[in-house]
Design a protein around this ligand. Structure first.
Ligand code: SF4
Length: 287
């Protein structure tokens, strides 16, 4: 197959591009997403929620290459046999590129590692509550918090929100979360790139990134939805992009109002925030 730009040997099929033009294409898509949707500017302090996986590693690499002021923030949830190796990849990437890195842990901040918190609950639900809370807390002072969601992740989220009849989430900001007092806005500069594109770019750039899969992932709704969408995409290519495009069309960042949690001072929808109430349920004491 030939590169659609220069006629050289294509390393990627859709779009058909050689290594040089494929990497340029990925960087252009990210730049256009940031600029077209007003995600952030070169003056902003850009915090990337990083894990050592391919998505956040590509986000760090591309945004730094495009001249943005990036720093990495990682959460060590305390998942034995998994998180240690992904964090090792992240440290290696940040050391190589001179990117500031901070790592915060459930053990220190919540009081116990995720492995000890699950207690028969759905691991991703517990993990998600504390992870979101810690990322927001430690990204304070930054202008935006980048997450590495790609197009596949976004199409999964659309279907999950439909399955859960969560129309509100569908309409809330897609590429940029709504503004709210106490929240660092979340932005998704990779959301217009497919998982295959992100994976291929990480490989071609030789980025140290982990391919490990969280041992709890299989129990999540997202994992099942991913399988269904992969099947549909194989039968009808372009379906994932159509789903993500539909979300983009109906989404609008609307302002939300929050009060300060009386326990931790973080943002809450009213009363004690979800992280503090869950911590109380699981560990029986407040921070
Ligand atoms: Fe946390 Fe679930 Fe992701 Fe594992 S798969 S890191 S438990 S959200």
């Amino acid at each position: 197959m030939e590169c659609a730009v220069c006629g050289g040997k294509a390393v990627f099929s859709a779009p058909a591009l050689c290594e040089e033009h494929f990497c340029e294409h990925v960087e252009l898509v990210v730049r256009e997403t940031v600029e077209r949707y007003g995600l952030f500017t070169r003056d902003d302090r850009v915090c990337v929620a990083a894990s050592g996986g391919k998505d956040s590693s590509v986000a760090l690499h591309v945004l730094q290459a495009l001249g943005y002021r990036v720093e990495a923030l990682a959460v060590d949830e305390g998942i034995a046999g998994y998180r240690e190796s992904t964090l090792a990849c992240l440290r290696s990437l940040c050391d190589e590129r001179g990117i500031p890195l901070r790592v915060v842990s459930f053990a220190e901040e919540v009081g116990a590692p995720l492995d000890d918190l699950v207690k028969g609950r759905r691991p991703c639900s517990v993990c998600g509550v504390f992870r979101r809370s810690l990322l927001n807390k430690h990204a304070k002072g930054c202008d935006v918090l980048v997450t590495g969601h790609n197009l596949d992740d976004e199409s999964q989220s659309v279907l999950m929100n439909l399955v859960k009849a969560s129309g509100g989430r569908l309409r809330r900001g897609y590429l940029r979360s709504p503004s709210a007092e106490g929240f660092v806005p979340r932005v998704k500069p990779l959301a217009r790139l497919s998982e295959r594109e992100v994976l291929a770019y990480a490989f071609l750039q030789g980025l140290p990134s982990s391919s490990g899969v969280c041992p709890y992932a299989r129990s999540s709704l997202r994992f099942r939805v991913r399988d269904v969408l992969d099947e549909y995409e194989a039968a009808r290519p372009g379906m994932k992009r159509s789903l993500a495009d539909a979300a983009l069309r109906v989404s609008a960042p609307v302002a939300s109002s929050f009060s300060a949690c009386p326990v931790c001072g973080g943002p809450a929808a009213g009363g004690v925030c979800r992280a503090c109430s869950l911590r109380e349920e699981l560990l029986g004491d407040a921070p």
